[in-house]
Design a protein around this ligand. Structure first.
Ligand SMILES: NC(=O)c1ccc[n+]([C@@H]2O[C@H](COP(=O)([O-])OP(=O)(O)OC[C@H]3O[C@@H](n4cnc5c(N)ncnc54)[C@H](OP(=O)(O)O)[C@@H]3O)[C@@H](O)[C@H]2O)c1
Length: 180
């Protein structure tokens, strides 16, 4: 797949490395923006308060499948139902929210684990197949926890993840009985 990451820091750059290893063609954009016309999917990985500023500098977004990885920390801003909806106001296509509930500092260790870590996501139906593929290609198992109407709840859940006060980050794994 051709993927354009909007943001090339820990999350955008880290996922770009994992996805290239899996055989994808990835272009990374920074704060100066660029063009996403030929992307099969775009990843949004900029500071949460900078979503509109960043996306307004990217052309070719209309109708694209987008994966929003942004977080609401340190505090939610704006009037959209969720940051994923703010992304959708630019792309007008199917949106997923994923990777926001994982630690970028651990991307290099994902494939070294005894079992594949989980990665929760919420998504419009039209974004599910691409999101599940890209979650797997990053080394995680996708766990669908709702449609995009749950994006705000999902974003707020990051405070619970922070509540376990992980030192250096954590992986998590959801499993059905007998799987572990
Ligand atoms: N770090 C984590 O473990 C983690 C985990 C899950 C989710 N997240 C979320 O993912 C998003 C990215 O986090 P990160 O850790 O990858 O951040 P980061 O390393 O600081 O990278 C931020 C990226 O956003 C770009 N950007 C675009 N417009 C910007 C603007 N107006 N101001 C500042 N930067 C702008 C930067 O561009 P330049 O390259 O041009 O500077 C940079 O590539 C955030 O919403 C964060 O909350 C982070």
């Amino acid at each position: 797949m051709k993927i354009v990451t909007i943001g090339r820091g820990m999350i955008g750059g880290g996922l770009a490395t994992l996805w290239r290893t899996a055989g994808h063609d990835v272009e990374e954009l920074g704060r100066d923006g660029g063009d996403a016309s030929d992307a099969d999917a775009v990843l949004v990985a900029v500071p949460g308060a900078k979503i509109s500023a960043a996306l307004s500098k990217v052309t070719g977004l209309d109708g694209k499948i987008a994966i929003d990885a942004t977080n609401i920390m340190p505090a939610r801003h704006g009037d959209f139902p969720s940051y994923a909806h703010e992304v959708k106001s630019f792309t007008h296509g199917p949106v997923a929210k994923s990777f926001n509930m994982n630690f970028g500092s651990l991307f290099g260790a994902v494939r070294e684990q005894r079992v594949r870590p989980s990665n929760w996501y919420v998504a419009d139906a039209g974004a599910r197949e691409v999101t599940e593929r890209l979650v797997r290609d990053a080394g995680y198992d996708p766990v669908h926890v709702g449609d995009l109407s749950r994006a705000r709840d999902f974003e707020n859940a990051v405070w619970l993840l922070m509540g376990i006060q992980p030192v250096g980050g954590v992986f998590y794994r959801f499993a059905v009985p007998g799987e572990l």
